[in-house]
Design a protein around this ligand. Structure first.
Ligand SMILES: [Fe+2]
Length: 387
């Protein structure tokens, strides 16, 4: 590869209690008025105002928008945008997982660039950086606090728009484990498998590089080791902390290497059925690995995943063996953390596969998949995942 560009977030905090570092960082940047962007659950349990106290310490007054929902739509983004404009804020503070952070990123881009959120679907569509966003991450995770990606659902088309835009990257990312300790089992499992999908897709992506591989392979190892512990015992602080580092690393990897067919198919599925993103990925992942791996040039790439997952004999596996062993490993992990194993379990109707595949073919994540599938092949992979 002749050139490699790496985008990274300016300041990121890790570790229990690291929220304490936020006020000083905000003071350095001179913000005055913030809008906390969160969901009703985190508002009602007091997390929104808890973050607000750190803003007040920095002399930043704040209001709270708490109507973010999972798989946020353009309606939610427009609603939040209206509030941010009316309040003339100079800072957005997302509190939550990917849904809150993506909503804030979308609002930030439209506030700075004008137009409507739909104008930014695709790759590098904005002209200038969005207004500053602080991402206070409560899941582990979508990696949205570290990536150039954000996703907004178009309720008219019932599909997800994937935006890839370094102008949307947040200014400060906070991964304070204290805010992740109460994450329920199901959310821990689904967001953890989302992070594993990021690591695997980044490693086999056409744009993978040595820099992105180091993050992707390390993340695979850590997620495999710690996700079951974080799911079985949410109070295991070490497991929570390692998952926070791993999901950030996986995010760093995919933000710079791209994703692939799993995410393209999962966006389409989640957009139509309003299913959790991590569950869609986890169900589809082994089937896409087997599909990609059936092509020799792509199979070779899964040797890296075998090494990242620390499979016995990984160093001497053929591409074919690596595909077989890595997909089996993902199935074991997914089952262990309680994820459904097929689209049938998610009540997806096979009658939708053709429309789902058509949408997936247009998703920008498909660009970086190691091989370019035909529409028929994508339909077949949905079929295999149905069981
Ligand atoms: Fe994802």
């Amino acid at each position: 590869m002749a050139f490699e560009r790496i985008n990274a977030v300016g300041t990121s905090f890790f570790g229990r209690g690291s929220m304490e570092l936020l006020p000083e960082e905000l003071k350095k940047r001179g913000f005055k008025r913030g809008l906390i962007v969160t969901d009703s659950f985190l508002y009602e349990n007091g997390t929104g105002d808890k973050v607000g106290t750190f803003l007040l310490k920095a002399g930043v007054e704040y209001a709270i928008y708490y109507l973010v929902e999972p798989n946020p739509t353009t309606i939610i983004v427009n609603d939040c945008l209206e509030a941010a404009r009316a309040l003339e804020v100079d800072l957005l503070v997302a509190v939550g997982g990917g849904s809150a952070i993506d909503t804030a990123k979308a609002v930030s881009i439209v506030m700075a660039n004008g137009g409507k959120v739909e104008d930014y679907e695709g790759i590098n569509r904005s002209h200038k950086p969005g207004i500053p966003v602080v991402a206070v991450n409560t899941t582990a995770g979508t990696g949205s606090e570290v990536t150039a990606f954000y996703i907004v659902t178009d309720p008219v088309r019932q599909s997800k728009m994937c935006m890839v835009d370094p102008n949307s990257m947040v200014t400060i990312a906070v991964n304070d484990v204290e805010l992740m300790m109460t994450m329920p089992k199901g959310l821990t499992a689904s967001t953890g498998m989302d992070a594993m999908t990021h690591a695997i897709e980044a490693a086999v992506s056409k744009r993978a590089t040595p820099f992105t591989d180091k993050d992707a392979l390390w993340a695979m190892d850590v997620i495999k080791a710690y996700l079951p512990q974080a799911v079985s015992d949410g109070s295991n602080e070490k497991a929570r902390e390692m998952m926070a580092y791993a999901e950030y690393s996986a995010g760093m990897a995919f933000s710079n290497a791209g994703l692939g067919m799993v995410h393209a198919m999962a966006h389409s599925l989640g957009g139509l059925m309003n299913l959790p993103h991590g569950i869609c990925n986890a169900v589809l992942l082994p089937f896409v690995m087997e599909f990609n791996g059936s092509m020799p040039e792509a199979a070779e790439r899964y040797k890296k995943a075998a090494i990242g997952l620390r499979l016995p004999g990984a160093a001497s596996m053929t591409g074919e063996q690596a595909v077989k062993e890595t997909s089996a490993c993902i199935r074991r992990l997914s089952r262990e953390v309680g994820i459904p194993q097929s689209l049938r379990d998610l009540n997806v109707s096979p009658g939708n596969f053709e429309a789902l595949a058509e949408t997936a073919m247009r998703d920008s994540c498909m660009e970086d998949n190691p091989i370019k599938p035909s529409l028929q092949q994508v339909i077949e992979v949905y079929g295999k995942a149905y069981g």
